[in-house]
Design a protein around this ligand. Structure first.
Ligand SMILES: Nc1ncnc2c1ncn2[C@@H]1O[C@H](COP(=O)(O)OP(=O)(O)OP(=O)(O)O)[C@@H](O)[C@H]1O
Ligand SMILES: [Mg+2]
Length: 275
């Protein structure tokens, strides 16, 4: 039984429809005197695209690094499908089904698409690399995700465009059977058509039941794909709710002032610690 089949077999679809895939409870992260995260509560639902926004230095990257196993939180709790978990390393995040896609990191320019997609998890047959099997699986995954712009899976990743690199990184996560894909500024360096391609890919992850945590400064992107919005301001989550509760103007106001006055944020603000 494959990992996905096993997860599907053991998972309860009825329950997981309501239960968050990942919950953050009171997450704090201090770097010496700097309080980068000051008690963040956030629920990430399966198959939904959650956008995390905030000004420079708000704590977005720190937050995803605590989920991805790079930092341990100074305080607070992570719940994976309701169970408390400690994620001590990227390997432990990977084992849970959490994949982080960084735009420039994570891929090796001097390796081709297949080699990148299987890096560290190569398929062996009689102690030799099973190139045929890996190539077939890589092609299938890309085609399942409707990634049609790469001409050959044997192309070196160094020769790909930014959007194609993103697609390979996402396909790698899908192939590893990720259940939560975290993307930090996936479209920051991309042109118009490559951005559209990556946003399409994000939507397809949602369609496949994979949760996405999208960090972006681009509110047009956020409003075009996200199901929910969460705003960090100086390490606090000052507003969160369905994307339909916001418009661009309101989102900009909360991002820049930390206050919204809107119904989506008020309950949250009252529950935040005072510091
Ligand atoms: N390794 C570190 N050591 C010390 N302080 C850090 C470290 N990483 C982040 N910080 C501080 O934590 C705060 C949040 O930084 P973070 O990188 O999470 O912000 P961000 O929301 O991702 O910003 P940006 O939009 O610019 O990427 C900042 O004040 C930053 O200086
Ligand atoms: Mg950042």
């Amino acid at each position: 039984m494959s990992l996905t089949e096993e997860r599907r077999a053991t998972g309860d679809p009825g329950e997981s429809a309501q239960q968050p895939l990942l919950s953050l409870r009171g997450i704090r992260k201090n770097f010496g005197a700097v309080q980068a995260l000051r008690g963040v509560d956030l629920d990430i639902m399966p198959g939904k695209i959650a956008a995390l926004v905030g000004d420079n230095g708000a704590g977005k990257s720190t937050l995803i690094k605590t989920i991805a196993g790079i930092w341990s939180p100074s305080a607070g709790e992570l719940l994976w499908e309701g169970r408390p978990v400690t994620i001590r390393s990227p390997r432990e995040a990977d084992n849970l089904g959490i994949a982080t896609v960084y735009q420039d990191l994570a891929l090796c320019d001097n390796l081709d698409i297949v080699q990148n997609m299987f890096l560290g998890h190569e398929v062996l047959s009689r102690r030799l690399l099973d190139e045929t099997k890996m190539e077939k699986k890589a092609k299938e995954t890309l085609s399942d995700l409707a990634v049609t712009t790469v001409s050959s899976v044997r192309q070196l990743v160094g020769s790909l465009s930014g959007g194609q690199r993103q697609s390979v990184a996402v396909a790698r996560a899908v192939m590893r059977e990720a259940r939560l894909v975290i993307m930090d500024e996936p479209t920051a360096a991309l042109g118009v058509s490559q951005t559209a391609q990556v946003l399409d890919l994000i939507r397809r992850l949602g369609d496949r039941g994979i949760a996405v945590l999208l960090i972006s400064h681009n509110l047009t992107d956020v409003f075009s794909v996200a199901d929910s919005l969460a705003v960090l301001y100086l390490g606090k989550l000052v507003s969160s709710g369905s994307i339909s509760d916001y418009d661009t103007q309101k989102a900009v106001e909360i991002i820049t002032t930390g206050a919204s006055g809107g119904p989506a944020s008020q309950g949250r603000e009252r529950t935040l610690p005072a510091d």
